[in-house]
Design a protein. Structure first.
Length: 268
């Protein structure tokens, strides 16, 4: 099975422009993010999907320095970007991981992809987001290319194009949706924010990298971060004002009742 992991990235973020270029351990955030994705055991190919805008030439440069291919497409139609990447690299399945997750644990990536490969015959979509339980910023979504292609052909709502996968996970009566819950049994999805949309998020990420990143051991774990935040509540407090904020959570909360039906979800 050919698994293609697509990391979507651009410099024109509306809330925090240039966030993927901000430094973590003296390298761009996107580069540190790609290092962690590449440390996973399961991907067959990792691809950065950016825009055709000239200001995103730097994204392609960072991808090449990381040894990762880059495809370029529409600025806001991320569904088209993911589809184009899957098509170009002849994917059997496509994995969506956003570029604003520079603390993502490679073990989490392996767990979600591993579950998909073990259940590919009866899964149209596997993620750890429906419902979420991991600390925010460990987002992994997997779907067969044929399902992504169906979404690419049929999706017409703005949010379905911009966020790639809502066309699938908002239709549990049509698609076989599986969810991977954090094996700890805990739910830190609204209390531990390890993604980046605000400057306070960057302050936390930079502090974590300063404390944990070492050249001899660049890939620290989810548990390492949790231990650090427990020992250093001052770091945890840096972005506490934004805890629980998520476009995905807001979308699920405001979607029609049919779209919030959890039928088909499987905890693994």
């Amino acid at each position: 099975m050919r698994i293609v992991v697509v990391v979507q990235a651009r410099t024109g973020s509306s809330r925090l422009p240039g966030k993927v270029l901000m430094p973590l351990a003296n390298r761009p955030l996107l580069q540190r993010m790609l290092e962690r994705v590449l440390a996973a055991n399961t991907p067959s190919e990792v691809v950065v999907a950016t825009t055709r805008d000239r200001m995103d030439d730097v994204i392609e440069t960072i991808a090449k320095k990381a040894g990762v291919a880059c495809v370029r497409g529409h600025a806001t139609d991320l569904l088209d970007r993911h589809y184009s990447a899957g098509l170009a690299f002849e994917a059997d399945a496509v994995v969506k991981i956003p570029s604003d997750c520079p603390l993502i644990d490679p073990i989490v990536i392996d767990r979600v992809i591993g579950y998909y490969t073990a259940h590919a015959d009866n899964a149209d979509f596997v993620s750890n987001l429906h419902p979420p339980s991991y600390p925010d910023g460990n987002d992994v979504e997997v779907m067969p290319f044929r399902i992504l292609e169906t979404a690419w052909i049929e999706a017409c709502e703005t949010h379905e194009r911009e966020h790639t996968t809502p066309f699938i996970w908002e239709r549990p009566a049509r698609f076989r949706i599986h969810n991977i819950a954090w094996e700890s049994g805990l739910d830190y999805s609204t209390t531990h924010r390890w993604t980046i949309d605000y400057f306070e998020d960057y302050q936390l990420l930079a502090a974590v990298y300063e404390a944990l990143w070492m050249e001899a051991r660049p890939i620290f774990s989810l548990r390492d971060v949790l231990s650090l935040l427990e020992a250093r509540p001052d770091i945890a407090a840096l972005n506490a004002c934004h805890a629980g904020k998520s476009w995905h959570r807001d979308r699920v909360r405001t979607a029609p009742v049919l779209h919030r039906n959890t039928r088909g979800h499987v905890d693994a």
